[in-house]
Design a protein around this ligand. Sequence first.
Ligand code: FE2
Length: 308
Amino acid sequence: MLSSKEFIRLSLELHLFFARIMKEHSLFMQLSFTPRDKEYTDRANKLRMEFDRFLNDVVNISNKNISSRVIESGEIVTQYTKKAEEVTIFYTDVNIPTEITEKELKLTSGDNYRDNPKLELEVSKLNERAINLITAIIDFKTDVLGNVTSCKMFTLNYPLLIDHILREARLYLSFVKRLQSRDNIDIEKDIIGQELFWNRIMAEHSKFIRGLLDPTEEELFEIANAFGKEFDALNKAVIEAVERCMPIDEITAEIIVATKNIKEFNTQGTIGLLECKIKSIIIPLLGDHVLRETNHYLRILKMFNKAE
Ligand SMILES: [Fe+2]
């Protein structure tokens, strides 16, 4: 059973990471449809704006109610997020509210939330709103993925990317539901589940980047390909250890090294996109989005590995 204080902190931290991820998924989908499917473009745009409003409301009550570990991890926002949004606005004319990003950059940690039933109620209402919104985006992604895989629709996103962002939405929903029933989302107890989930995500990010780079970017293409293979191999190692009932500490240490390396690659990639030094069909905000997910995974891994 979660204390009121932990319920507030964990809920806000979860939304600060995932609600931004969801609003960006909505944007990536919004930009992916053909003129024929204008209705889908509009639905994605509406979802994006709803997640914007939701994230803004979360940010407005998060100051001094979240931990320094999450703020410093770079999973809420990075030093590149605002610039990546501005360049994406420039390319697309989509109205991305950068003022939310500015507010996020100013968030401070603290312990403002002792015995605050009013805030607990407010957070509980936000969680309910999140459950409805995430359910709506899951339905939307499921609908699009079904259409794409049955060749009823063409989009500029890989089918695997739609499946990938659907899995992330489902994970988010499961965490919010657990928090609402005051279940401690103690991910330290779920090290294997988390590693299997995020290693796959890291491998897929590398494969998306590999496929979205210009064919002339051979060096970057090879690095991305190698990361894809490395995270696939790490996941195999985790599965083998589980099957043999072996401890996974050593694999976790290897995963941490690989994740730090991919973080460096994602960082350089984001900078390269923003400085117009990489030829690709990657929307700049996708670079920063992937970097934040890596930062999130690294924070989780560090919780598992107390030596870090
Ligand atoms: Fe992702």
